[in-house]
Ligand binder design. Structure first.
Ligand SMILES: [Zn+2]
Length: 342
């Protein structure tokens, strides 16, 4: 739903977009949602010409391993780090990718399913982007059997050049894997079965920055301040400029994806909304980032939110919008308070 790449935005947002892919073959979706998930470890597939010194995989796994330790192992999860150096290697990996998506219970043969996948216009375009060295992709997943998750980076040279962003992106995407494993993404994000975009992007922006600090790679408080003052590594404008120019906005509005409003609202204000839940509402970090999601399949998003956060979504939106309109100094105090308690 939001495979958009905006040149004005920085690396982070172009790689963090969420997009479900069409399934290979149809089966009963509700049945699939109830089936136990396979829990094989994530599989990295890297094209020839990349990762010659092992650093691309190493710094991706630095983030991935941390995230799996926190969220548990969900999957199957395939990570594709692709580059244009060797066309045959690219084609081989897409063939492997097609095979991983084969539904053994389908009436179509495996070969037919593989051919159909490789002919999908979005896949044809993606392969062309890889061979042209263009940055596209992000997290994708299937909604029918076989359920799987994929992090596709079409120009992984960028990741190879930037170990920090590489680790950061791995952390961010894995939070989405965990989130989507607890949602029925066949329903709209406005529904009770699926999470809102600010929850997906805001909580993953918060968690990945916090985990980067835990790994000794980032000053978290400064990052949160940067989201207000400059937009950090997510985009422009930052929160302060956005709030000055935009009087009417809603975290829960799901129509922003095709406009420039998505980055400041879903990612930046979403990250601050997550901070509000943890540092003002006083909910444990692990509940906000992890536990509450585990109730969504059972009682729905709204009830799970109220149960774990101690506030209804409607009341939360009102309180947060008052909170976030304060000055930098005032909102940054929420982090100081926590440090004193420690
Ligand atoms: Zn994201």
């Amino acid at each position: 739903m939001h495979r958009v790449t905006r040149p004005a935005l920085l690396f982070a947002i172009t790689t963090f977009l969420l997009c479900p892919m069409p399934p290979v073959a149809g089966e009963d979706i509700a049945k699939k949602q109830r089936q136990p998930r396979a829990h094989q470890r994530p599989i990295l597939r890297i094209t020839e010409g990349l990762n010659t010194d092992g650093d691309l995989a190493k710094y991706y796994q630095r983030g991935l391993n941390y995230a799996i330790q926190y969220f548990g192992n969900h999957g199957p999860y395939y990570i594709y780090l692709l580059g244009p150096d060797n066309e045959q290697s690219v084609l081989d990996i897409y063939h492997q990718r097609a095979l991983s998506r084969v539904d053994t219970k389908s009436k179509q043969s495996a070969r037919e399913q593989v051919e159909a996948f490789l002919k999908q216009p979005n896949i044809v375009a993606e392969i062309q982007a890889v061979l042209a060295g263009e940055a596209e992709g992000g997290l994708t997943w299937t909604q029918e059997a076989p359920i799987l998750y994929e992090d596709v980076t079409t120009n992984a040279r960028q990741r190879q050049r930037d170990p920090i962003e590489n680790t950061w992106g791995a952390l961010h995407e894995y939070h989405h894997v965990f989130q989507m494993a607890h949602c029925d993404t066949t329903h709209p994000r406005t529904s009770d079965q699926h999470i809102n975009s600010w929850m997906a992007e805001g909580m993953a922006s918060y968690s990945s920055a916090k985990f980067m600090e835990n790994l000794g790679l980032l000053d978290f408080n400064n990052y949160m301040l940067q989201l207000r003052q400059t937009g950090g590594n997510i985009g422009r404008p930052g929160i302060n400029e956005f709030l000055t120019n935009t009087k009417v906005w809603q975290l829960e509005n799901e129509t922003y994806w095709d406009s420039e409003v998505a980055a400041p609202v879903y990612y930046m204000l979403g990250a601050w909304a997550t901070a509000y839940l943890i540092h003002v509402q006083g909910v444990d970090e692990v509940v906000v980032l992890k536990s509450w999601y585990q109730d969504i399949p059972h009682i729905g998003k709204s009830a799970a939110f109220q149960k774990h956060m101690g506030v209804s979504l409607a009341d939360f939106y009102k309180k947060f919008s008052i909170f976030i309109s304060q000055s930098d100094d005032d909102v940054m105090k929420i982090f100081q308070r926590q440090e004193r308690v420690k």
